[in-house]
Ligand binder design. Structure first.
Ligand code: ADP
Ligand code: MG
Length: 696
C-alpha cells in the first residue's frame, strides 16, 4: 500500500481499470477490455453491468449526478447533469443508473454549432459513450466521456473524427508493420500537450471589459518594460502562483491527469504546464480538463487565468505544443535508435511523416487557424505560418545521404567538456532545439508547435493521423507482394524517393527570418497568413476526397466544419469590435474628456491670475484632438463591423473582417493607446499593461 499522499490520491476520482477489475464479474471485465483494446462492439447486457458497478463506485465517492461529457464544435466541453434519483413511489428514492443511460444520451443539439448539418426542427443529437477514455468524478458529478453525433449519424463534435482517424491510421500502420514481420495488437498515436497560459490578478481582470468579453486586451499602450531582460523564463515562482499551481496539480492528479512540468514562461505573467504523454484521445480529454481546472482554480487564489493566444501585445502570446508519436504495443515507432541510417522501419515512418506534412500543409495550417492564433503565427514569437519540418543535426545528414544515395552515419553523441573537473561528464544531445520550426523532430517524437493555447487539439491530430494513414497506405500498397529478398532494397528506394520528392519541406534554419519567407515561396510552400486565407482549403475537392477516403469525415461533415470555423471567426471579431466601440464611448472618451476638462479649468484659473501655461494648453489641445480621432475611429469601426456582419456568405463575411474591420480596430486602438501615454493615471479607466503584467 502506497504511503505517500500523491500515489494514494492519484486517480482517486477516476473509474480506473483497477476499479473495473475489482468490481466487475470476470467475464464482463474481459468483454469490456476487448471493447476498449480491440474496438469490439459492446452489448447492452455488459453495459448494464458496467453501469451498475460504475454507479456504486460513483456513489461511494460522493457523486449525486451523472453527465455525458462531450466536445461540440465550439471545442470546449459540454455537460448537462442528471441526478441518479428515482422515486420509489412511497415518498423515498433509490439511486439508479442503467446501461442505456451509460451508453447513450440525447441532449437537445439545437444550440450547439453544427455548420448547417442539422436544421433546428431536427434538433436531436446523440452522445455515445467512449469506453477508451475512463469516467471520472468532477464536483460530485460522474462524467462519462462521449462522442456527439446527429440524428443522421454525422459527427457534431471534435472527438468522433479523432477516433475515426485513429482507426484509419492504426489499420494502415499495421499493414506497414506486418511487412516488417510484426503484428502488434494496437497501434495508437501518443500526444503530450504543453499548455501555456497567463495569470493576472482577478481584480485587474474584472476591471477590463476587453479581457472579460474577449479574453484578450484590445487596448493598452506598451508597458515600460517587456520581456527583454528575460528574467521571467524559468524564474522562481512567486508564492501566489505556486499555491495555485500546487492546487492544480493536486486536482489534476486526482483526476488521473499526469501533470508533470510547471514553470514560468518567457513573457511576464506567463506560465506553462506539461503532462506526461498519453494516447491521443485521452491526452486531449485530459488537456480539456486541465484548461478547465486552470481557469476555475485560479479564482481560489484571487487570480484570473488567460488561455487566449494573445492576451497582450508587446509580449509573447501562448501556444500549445502538440508532441506526437506512434506507438505499437508500447514500441515508439519514431525512436531512431543509435543508428537511424540502418533502422529501415524508422526511416519508413519518418519518410511517411515528412510526406504527410508536405502533402497536407494546407490542412495542417487550417487546423490551427483561429482569430486568436492569427496574432501569433508569423509574428516572430511563434512559428511562421509556413509549414516546414526540422530534423536536426543527427538526422539531416542521414536524410541528405539517402537522397544522394550515399550511406551516411548519424552524428555520434559527443561527451561535452565543461572545463570544470568537478562537474560530471554529459553527452551532447543528438539534436539541438529549433524554437522557430513549426514541426520539429525532438529525439523520438515530433512537436507541432503552431497550435493555439485555447484550441482543442483534435483538429490538428485528425489531419496528422489521416495524412500519416495515407502515406502508410501508399507504402504498404507498394511493398505488399514484393519478394522477401527484394524487400529491403525496395523499401529503401521508397524512403529515398519519398524524401527526395518532399525535400522542399525540410528546413533547419531560422524560421523567423525574412529570407525564409522568400526561400519558402521559391520552394512552392504555401504561406497562409490569416484564417480567412486558409479556411477555403478545407473544402477543396482533393481535401474532401482525402478525408472521405479514410472514413474520417464525409463531405457534409467537412463542409459543416468549414462553415462553423468561418462563423466562429466572424463572431469573435464582431464581439471584439463591439467591445472596442463600447469601451471607447463609455470609458475612454469620458475619461480623457474629464482630464482635459480639469486641465482646462486649472489653466483658466491660472490665466485669471495672469499666469501663462503653454504646456497645459498644448496638452489640452492634444487630448482634444485625441478625443476627436477616437470618436471618428469608433464611428468608422462601428460601420465597418455592421457591414461585415451583414454579409450572408460566411467566407465573404470573414474576408470583410480581415480586410476592413481589423484595420479599423487597429486605428481605434492606436488612437486610444496614444492617449493612454499622455493621460494621468488617476483618470485612466482601466488597469494598464504595467499593472496587469507586473504585479507581485
Ligand atoms: P522537450 O523538452 O523537448 O519539449 P519533453 O521531454 O519535456 O521534451 O516533452 C515534452 C512533452 O512531450 C511532454 O508532454 C512529454 O510527455 C511529451 N512526449 C515525450 N515523448 C512523447 C511521445 N513518444 N509521444 C508523444 N509525446 C511525447
Ligand atoms: Mg517542448
Amino acid at each position: 500500500m502506497a504511503t505517500d499522499r500523491v500515489t494514494q490520491e492519484y486517480s482517486s476520482l477516476v473509474f480506473t481499470d483497477a476499479d473495473m477489475q475489482e468490481r466487475l464479474p470476470k467475464p464482463t471485465y474481459k468483454e469490456l477490455r476487448s471493447t476498449i483494446d480491440e474496438g469490439k462492439p459492446l452489448d447492452l447486457k455488459i453495459a448494464n453491468e458496467v453501469a451498475h458497478a460504475m454507479k456504486d463506485w460513483a456513489l461511494e465517492h460522493g457523486a449525486t449526478h451523472f453527465t455525458h461529457w462531450f466536445q461540440p464544435l465550439t471545442g470546449i466541453t459540454s455537460e448537462k447533469h442528471d441526478s441518479f434519483i428515482t422515486p420509489k413511489g412511497d415518498g423515498t428514492v433509490l439511486m439508479a443508473f442503467s446501461g442505456k443511460e451509460l451508453v447513450q444520451g440525447e441532449p437537445d443539439a439545437s444550440s450547439f454549432p453544427s455548420g448547417g448539418l442539422r436544421a433546428t426542427f431536427e434538433a436531436r443529437g446523440y452522445t455515445i459513450w467512449d469506453p477508451t477514455s475512463p469516467a471520472f468524478i468532477k464536483d460530485e458529478v460522474l462524467c462519462i466521456p462521449t462522442a456527439f453525433i446527429s440524428y443522421t449519424g454525422e459527427a457534431l463534435d471534435k472527438k468522433t473524427p479523432l477516433l475515426r482517424s485513429e482507426v484509419a491510421l492504426e489499420q494502415q500502420a499495421k499493414r506497414v508493420l506486418s511487412l516488417f514481420g510484426k503484428s502488434p495488437k494496437r497501434v495508437v498515436t501518443t500526444v503530450g500537450p504543453e499548455q501555456e497560459y497567463f495569470l493576472i490578478k482577478e481584480d485587474d481582470y474584472a476591471a477590463r471589459p476587453d479581457l472579460v468579453m474577449c479574453g484578450r486586451t484590445l487596448f493598452g499602450c506598451a508597458p515600460v518594460k517587456g520581456q527583454e531582460l528575460e528574467e521571467h523564463y524559468f524564474g522562481a515562482i512567486r508564492p501566489t502562483v505556486n499555491a495555485f499551481m500546487k492546487e492544480v496539480d493536486d486536482e489534476l492528479w486526482k483526476l488521473g491527469v499526469p501533470a508533470r512540468t510547471k514553470h514560468n514562461e518567457v513573457a511576464p505573467a506567463q506560465h506553462e504546464l506539461a503532462p506526461i504523454f498519453e494516447a491521443s484521445s485521452l491526452a486531449i480529454d485530459d488537456n480539456l480538463l486541465t484548461m478547465e481546472k486552470l481557469k476555475l482554480l485560479a479564482t481560489h487564489h484571487g487570480l484570473a487565468c488567460l488561455e487566449h493566444e494573445k492576451p497582450f501585445d508587446y509580449v509573447n502570446g501562448s501556444g500549445k505544443h502538440n508532441n506526437w508519436s506512434l506507438s505499437a504495443d508500447g514500441e515508439n515507432l519514431l525512436e531512431p535508435g543509435s543508428n537511424p541510417e540502418d533502422n529501415l522501419q524508422f526511416l519508413v515512418f519518418l519518410s511517411c511523416l515528412v510526406a504527410a506534412v508536405d502533402n497536407h500543409a494546407d490542412l495542417l495550417r487550417s487546423s490551427v487557424a483561429s482569430a486568436g492564433n492569427d496574432h501569433r503565427l508569423g509574428a516572430n514569437e511563434a512559428p511562421p505560418a509556413i509549414i516546414s519540418v526540422f530534423l536536426g543535426d543527427a538526422l539531416t545528414p542521414v536524410v541528405e545521404g539517402l537522397i544522394k544515395k550515399e550511406h551516411t552515419e548519424s552524428a555520434e553523441r559527443e561527451v561535452m567538456d565543461t572545463g570544470v573537473p568537478a562537474l560530471p561528464n554529459i553527452f551532447r544531445d543528438n539534436t539541438d532545439r529549433n524554437r522557430t520550426s513549426p514541426f520539429a523532430f525532438t529525439g523520438n517524437k515530433f512537436e507541432f508547435r503552431m497550435c493555439g493555447s485555447q484550441q482543442n487539439l483534435s483538429d490538428p491530430n485528425v489531419v496528422l493521423n489521416t495524412a500519416m494513414a495515407e502515406e502508410c497506405d501508399r507504402f504498404a500498397t507498394k511493398l505488399e507482394g514484393v519478394p522477401e529478398e527484394e524487400f529491403v532494397s525496395r523499401a529503401l528506394r521508397f524512403v529515398r524517393h519519398t524524401l527526395r520528392d518532399h525535400q522542399r519541406v525540410l528546413f533547419d534554419g531560422n524560421g523567423y527570418s525574412e529570407e525564409w519567407e522568400e526561400e519558402a515561396e521559391r520552394r512552392g510552400l504555401p504561406n497562409y497568413k490569416t484564417t480567412p486565407d486558409v479556411l477555403p482549403c478545407l473544402v477543396t475537392p482533393e481535401n474532401i476526397a482525402f478525408f472521405g477516403k479514410y472514413g474520417v469525415l464525409n463531405e457534409s461533415e467537412v463542409r459543416a466544419r468549414y462553415v462553423t470555423k468561418c462563423e466562429t471567426y466572424a463572431k469573435l471579431l464582431n464581439i471584439e469590435a463591439n467591445t472596442m466601440v463600447d469601451m471607447a464611448r463609455k470609458l475612454y472618451v469620458p475619461a480623457i474628456s474629464s482630464y482635459a476638462g480639469d486641465l482646462a479649468t486649472a489653466a483658466a484659473t491660472k490665466a485669471e491670475l495672469g499666469i501663462d501655461c503653454p504646456a497645459e494648453r498644448e496638452l489640452i489641445s492634444q487630448l482634444t484632438a485625441g478625443i476627436d480621432e477616437i470618436v471618428a475611429a469608433t464611428k468608422d469601426l462601428d460601420a465597418k463591423n455592421a457591414d461585415a456582419r451583414s454579409k450572408e456568405d460566411p467566407q465573404e463575411s470573414d474576408n470583410a473582417y480581415r480586410d476592413f474591420v481589423l484595420p479599423a480596430m487597429d486605428r481605434l486602438r492606436a488612437a486610444v493607446d496614444g492617449m493612454e501615454e499622455i493621460c494621468a493615471t488617476d483618470y485612466w479607466p482601466v488597469p494598464s499593461y504595467n499593472q496587469l503584467l507586473f504585479w507581485v
